[in-house]
Design a protein around this ligand. Structure first.
Ligand SMILES: C[S@@+](CC[C@H](N)C(=O)[O-])C[C@H]1O[C@@H](n2cnc3c(N)ncnc32)[C@H](O)[C@@H]1O
Length: 246
């Protein structure tokens, strides 16, 4: 096994460690990368910009502790399913969001628990950043299977073309050189490969944004006391794919 993989922690263990050492709210926020409110607002605003409305149906893969779901709780007719590999995060999200009609389920494999193409959105925020590219590819195939024609996949990713991704690559290099820090896997994808994947699976590439690009418009509807109206960058690059045929 490569040096880097030998020093990796799985997400389940990472969350257990955080829960043992921090109050639950802090552990739940850190498990998804921190800044719960800020990134919740940006994810919500980004999806509104892509057409998310009350009544949309959305699958949030790697939903974590509910950073996005808490912002979507305001839409009474929205259909929401969150999937994650860590049961403690799903329990936390369920409690935090407090919507009995929002569903949260554990997954053990890149398989969507849906049998028909019923979704308007399938989103992966900061998930393809932590799994192997092959698993991301299978997730995209699954997303294609369960999206309606014209439905969208939105995912964030790390790429060398983005200056915003460089600190993460530097941290990866540090692991490899020093071989003593246990963290989780940080995976880089390449936009040229994403175009090939999209074509193979049956998507068109609707948008690709660099991590530092301030393309997310937080309007009055999405702004909160902590995150004011304006244009923001996500920090990770963003890809939007549309299922052909809509
Ligand atoms: C950085 S967090 C992002 C959480 C959430 N999407 C957000 O933006 O707040 C990554 C999440 O992906 C989950 N995860 C890791 N591997 C996964 C997999 N193979 N399938 C689904 N979720 C996974 C982790 O448990 C964690 O909750």
């Amino acid at each position: 096994m490569s040096g880097q993989l030998r020093f990796l922690l799985g997400y389940e263990q990472l969350v257990k460690n955080l829960l043992q050492s921090l109050p639950e709210d802090d552990a739940a926020a850190q498990a998804v990368g921190g800044d719960f409110e800020h990134f919740g607002v940006l994810e919500h605003a980004l999806l509104r910009g892509e057409g998310l409305r009350d009544g949309s149906s959305i699958l949030d893969v790697g939903c974590g502790s509910g950073r996005l779901a808490t912002k979507l709780g305001r839409y009474p007719a929205l259909r929401y399913l969150g999937l994650d590999v860590v049961p403690e995060l799903l329990d936390y999200a369920r409690r935090k969001v407090g919507r009995p009609d929002f569903h949260f389920e554990k997954v053990d494999a890149p398989k969507m628990p849906l049998s028909a193409p019923v979704l308007d959105f399938c989103v992966f925020f900061s998930v393809f950043t932590h799994i192997l590219p092959e698993e991301s590819y299978v997730y995209l195939e699954e997303a294609h299977r369960v999206l309606k024609p014209g439905g969208k996949v939105v995912f964030s990713f790390l790429e060398h073309a983005s200056a915003a991704s460089k600190p993460v690559f530097d941290a990866n290099l540090k692991w490899v050189r020093e071989r003593h820090v246990a963290g989780h896997l940080n995976t880089f994808l390449h936009r040229a490969d994403l175009r090939v994947w999209a074509e193979r699976i049956g998507f068109e590439v609707a948008a690709l944004h660099l991590g530092e690009s301030r393309f997310i418009e937080v309007d009055a509807e999405c702004a909160t006391p902590a995150v004011s109206e304006g244009l923001y960058a996500l920090g990770q690059s963003v890809c939007v794919l549309r299922k052909r045929g809509g």
